[in-house]
Write a protein that binds this ligand. Structure first.
Ligand code: SAH
Ligand code: SF4
Ligand code: F3S
Length: 478
């Protein structure tokens, strides 16, 4: 028997009782004013937060709210925050600041702030003191307590600051209100144990805890049955899936096991996952992908830096040789695999030589895509206290140089796609150019084409006519 750390049913039951009480209140309010109460959920940060927001929206719906897309229309605003870089925190604080005006004209409106930013004590305090119109704050360990908070706030009227739980557990069975009817997130685990020295995530998301395989598999099975075509499994380090739930004899049902069991579900769909930590991306995992039917030939493998010294200071537990070996094995087993990465520029102590080593690795690996970030010191992380912080000017200059090198590579990687026929899952009109439709390839590349409304949510066959740095252009094949 493996032991998974799941929130007890009794607590979920307790929350369901609050949910029912709030729903009664919402229904009464609806009958009185002749239209339903509305909730607006705003998300900052990563896919994990987007997945959480779909649970927040699901809980709101179960409490009698209708989901709306304009904050001014809402009776309840939930801001789901991120803390990964200063910019994310500043944006959230500025948006929360703007809601003061909405509340001034609509005093009954409830405003709740949740997520990673307010899981930090000092941010909880700043909301308490500087944003008095925020009604309640809840951190990542207590998302499931939203019904209790809303009910208590409505009944008692006092502002509430939900304390973090002593232990972070998996809340199973929360309702999910999904944004898309064909792409879905499925969290397979929560938290992180890695403590990369620059990163706030382990402090605001708690230790790793995995969901039970049967819960994940049945969620994916239901998604496929209801027509979902692109399903992304989420975890801060999916390679550690299951390691927190060993059986007494030390046996682990790991990520590769999970992936191969999910792959047995019949249907026309892709499975993706993120994020994979290079320190424990195993050959077993690559072999499972290579022999699978549904796992997309795409791999996000954040390298962070191409300097072994910086990788060591980042506490990443791999060096560039180990990283390169994984890339080579991936390409050997899955020749058409798309590889992407995250890179941090300007980590403390990064010399010109270290940065050159990163550029060198970009040229060696030749990523299809990279997501690059300027290092942002995070309070109470080891890197924030390191000497030799890099100036904004140097960081900015290196960032631009990195983009230049990567853009050239991305274009070279995309060019051979010209004249090939590929399958793309259509998302609808492009956000940048509404005249064309946009979709994603199996390798997760953006493809623009002359589509129509009937293509949305479907796989479309396209012949690639032109390849650019950030997008491919295609024509429909009938
Ligand atoms: N768990 C994932 C990523 C989590 S955060 C992983 O390990 O890859 C997403 C990305 O944000 C990281 O890969 C990293 O590149 C970047 N990041 C994290 N902390 C940062 C910081 N303090 N400054 C700049 N970028 C950061
Ligand atoms: Fe942050 Fe590292 Fe954990 Fe990723 S693995 S969330 S970068 S501490
Ligand atoms: Fe994600 Fe930001 Fe939290 S990146 S885990 S929402 S700090």
């Amino acid at each position: 028997m493996r032991e998974y750390r799941i929130l007890p049913d009794s607590e979920m039951q307790r929350q369901n009782e609050y949910r029912d009480k709030v729903r009664d209140l919402s229904n009464t309010a609806r009958d009185k004013r002749g239209e339903p109460l509305r909730a607006y959920v705003q998300t900052f940060g990563c896919q994990q937060n987007e997945a959480d927001s779909e649970k927040i929206a699901g809980m709101c719906v179960s409490m009698g709210y209708e989901i709306c897309h304009e904050p001014a229309e809402a009776d309840l605003i939930m801001v789901n925050t991120c803390a990964v870089r200063e910019h994310a925190e500043k944006r959230a604080l500025s948006i929360i600041g703007q809601y003061k005006h909405l509340k001034a004209v609509k005093p009954d409106m409830l405003i709740g702030v949740c997520g990673c930013m307010v899981t930090q004590e000092h941010r909880k305090e700043s909301i308490k003191h500087s944003y008095p119109y925020v009604d309640f704050v809840l951190g990542t360990s207590s998302l499931h307590r939203l019904p209790e908070l809303i009910y208590t706030k409505i009944q008692k009227g006092k502002r509430l600051y939900c304390p973090e739980e002593t232990e972070y557990l998996v809340a199973e069975g929360l309702p999910i209100h999904r944004e898309s009817s064909y792409r879905a997130w499925v969290s397979i685990m929560y938290g992180c144990n890695n403590f990369c020295t620059y990163c706030i995530v382990p402090y605001v998301r708690g230790r790793e805890r995995s969901r039970r395989p049967e819960d994940i598999i049945s969620e994916v099975r239901e998604l496929v049955a209801s027509g979902y075509k692109d399903i992304t499994l989420l975890g801060q380090n999916v390679n550690s899936y299951g390691k927190d739930a060993k059986s007494p004899d030390g046996e682990v049902y790991d990520f590769a096991d999970l992936l191969s069991d999910i792959d047995k579900i019949e249907g026309d769909y892709y499975i993706r996952f993120m994020t994979s930590h290079p320190k424990d991306a195993s050959d077993k995992l690559v072999d499972v992908i290579a022999s699978s039917k549904h796992v997309a030939h795409q791999f996000h493998l954040p390298m962070q830096s191409g300097s072994d010294k910086i990788l060591k200071d980042m506490n990443r537990h791999y060096d560039t040789e180990k990283y390169m070996r994984t890339v080579e094995y991936l390409r050997q087993k899955i020749p058409d695999v798309t590889i992407s990465s995250d890179i941090i520029v300007g980590f403390p102590g990064e010399t010109e030589g270290d940065f050159e080593a990163t550029l060198q690795m970009l040229r060696r690996v030749r990523f299809d895509m990279t997501y690059s970030f300027i290092y942002s010191p995070r309070k109470d992380t080891p890197a924030a206290a390191m000497e030799c912080q890099i100036s904004d000017e140097v960081k900015g200059e290196r960032f631009n140089r990195l983009l230049e090198v990567q853009n050239e590579i991305a274009l070279e990687k995309n060019k051979p796609m010209e004249n090939k026929v590929i399958r793309v899952l259509c998302d609808g009109p492009s956000k940048n150019n509404g005249d064309v439709y946009s979709g994603r390839s199996e390798g997760n590349k953006i493809v623009l084409f002359d589509g129509d409304e009937s293509d949305v949510g479907k796989f479309v066959s396209l012949k690639i006519t032109r390849a650019e740095t950030f997008a491919l252009y295609g024509e429909k094949i009938y």
